[in-house]
Design a protein around this ligand. Structure first.
Ligand SMILES: NC(=O)c1ccc[n+]([C@@H]2O[C@H](COP(=O)([O-])OP(=O)(O)OC[C@H]3O[C@@H](n4cnc5c(N)ncnc54)[C@H](O)[C@@H]3O)[C@@H](O)[C@H]2O)c1
Ligand SMILES: [Fe+2]
Length: 388
């Protein structure tokens, strides 16, 4: 039996945050990050609309990028004191993911993080609150996904929590929030979205429902990411939708080893999530093409790249991503990113073992063991071609 799950409601377009005025309930907890949403006035708008709906509002702010287990536990405690019937998260993937995890521990204070972090092991939610997500970046699509990525800084590991229980009830896509993204954030989140869509096409649960969403996302990203990076607002409108389509696809089809590698090196090497995916994706396609070449060729054909056969089309897609990375100032290798060679070698065995254990490795089209990850990471570090 297969399953395809999305939020019940999606509101989109300029001014779509106004739907908050019609929420029915008594109390709302708003979860937000470090300050950009406050600075640009979006947090005030959310608060105003919720109050107009007659809700009492609690604000949990200061969620850090790549949120920690501690931040989640602290937030859940505050929610337990306030007892909201709505959780409204606004910001990038970090505050929204943290809010999802807080929601789990608010509804189930007795739960243990190690149990919740196991795939599809989250107990039933919505007995206390429902969840609204308002993304401010155009990349993670956490507003429609069944995932939340929480970092254990003691271990230096990101845990992707995965369960349709944490798929939000309402997603609000107001692109004007994403107009405020600086260049670098636009590049990193945009290439993250391209990685989501590409990995969703080849992932083990890819289906006739997810493929069209992923293909359309890739087409829109290839048409708009460069202009969005340069600040074009129409392109940013399109990217906000495209990343969401990619999210709908990967939330159901799952991902692959580019994400396993990004999850297990983000904290160790200090690489933002999207940037790590941008660096890894061309190498991962080289590794996966042995089993998925025709799917990469299908992507290449769909976006109008040229080639006489699957092999040439797959090459064209890899080259396309490399050129796009260059335009977005995303390095081609880990060495170029600035990871110290000795530090890389000292950590190679550990990151490879951790990547093999990542939840995204099982859904990659080609089996990947720790020793394979060592070879892939080494190729990424030095910029070698993977042709086995
Ligand atoms: N849940 C999922 O399905 C999923 C998918 C991919 C990635 N992730 C996770 O999401 C996190 C990354 O999220 P992200 O890339 O959205 O960034 P982020 O939430 O970590 O934010 C990065 C920085 O950008 C700032 N920022 C956010 N929106 C802004 C705006 N509109 N204008 C100006 N500044 C803004 C934030 O204040 C922060 O300093 C990682 O932890 C990653 O692992 C989750
Ligand atoms: Fe991602």
């Amino acid at each position: 039996m297969n399953r395809f799950t999305l939020p019940r409601d999606l509101y989109f377009g300029k001014g779509s945050m106004e739907v908050l005025k019609s929420l029915k309930g008594k109390k709302a907890t708003v979860v937000v990050g470090g300050g950009s949403m406050k600075r640009f006035g979006f947090l005030d708008t959310v608060e105003e609309y919720l109050k107009e709906a007659g809700l009492e509002v609690q604000i949990i702010d200061g969620v850090e990028p790549d949120p920690s287990v501690e931040t989640v536990m602290k937030g859940a405690k505050l929610m337990l004191e306030f007892c909201p019937d709505w959780i409204v998260s606004i910001g990038g993937g970090s505050p929204i993911d943290a809010a999802k995890a807080m929601w789990v521990f608010y509804e189930h204070p007795e739960a243990k993080f190690e149990d919740i972090a196991k795939p599809f092991n989250i107990p039933e939610l919505r007995n206390k609150a429902r969840f609204v997500a308002i993304p401010s970046t155009s990349g993670t699509a956490t507003e429609v996904t069944a995932f939340a990525v929480i970092t254990d800084y003691n271990e230096g590991i990101k845990y992707p929590m995965a369960d349709f229980e944490i798929t939000p009830d309402i997603a609000i896509l107001d692109p004007t929030i994403a107009y405020k993204m600086p260049e670098k954030l636009t590049a990193h989140t945009g290439i993250d979205a391209l990685t989501h869509a590409t990995e969703a096409i080849t992932a083990c649960l890819a289906s006739d429902f997810s493929d069209p969403l992923a293909l359309k996302a890739i087409k829109m990203i290839t048409e708009n990411l460069e202009a969005s990076y340069k600040g074009d607002e129409t392109a940013r409108d399109k990217m906000h939708i495209a990343q969401c389509l990619a999210g709908m696809a990967f939330s159901n089809a799952l991902l692959g080893i580019s994400h396993s590698m990004a999850h297990k090196t983000g904290a160790v090497f200090g690489i933002p999530h999207g940037c790590a995916n941008g660096i890894y994706l061309p190498y991962v396609i080289q590794y996966n093409r042995k089993v998925s070449e025709s799917k990469y060729a299908e992507i290449a054909r769909y976006i109008g790249l040229e080639g006489n056969n699957d092999q040439e089309l797959c090459d064209a897609y890899i080259n396309y991503i490399r050129t796009l990375n260059e335009k977005l100032n995303i390095p081609a290798t880990l060495k170029e990113y600035g990871v110290d060679e000795r530090f890389f070698n000292e950590n190679l065995e550990r990151i490879s073992k951790n990547a093999a254990l990542d939840a995204c490795t099982g859904s990659n089209p080609r089996e990947t063991k720790a020793e394979d990850f060592e070879q892939i990471f080494t190729a990424v570090y030095y910029g070698k071609t993977i042709n086995y």
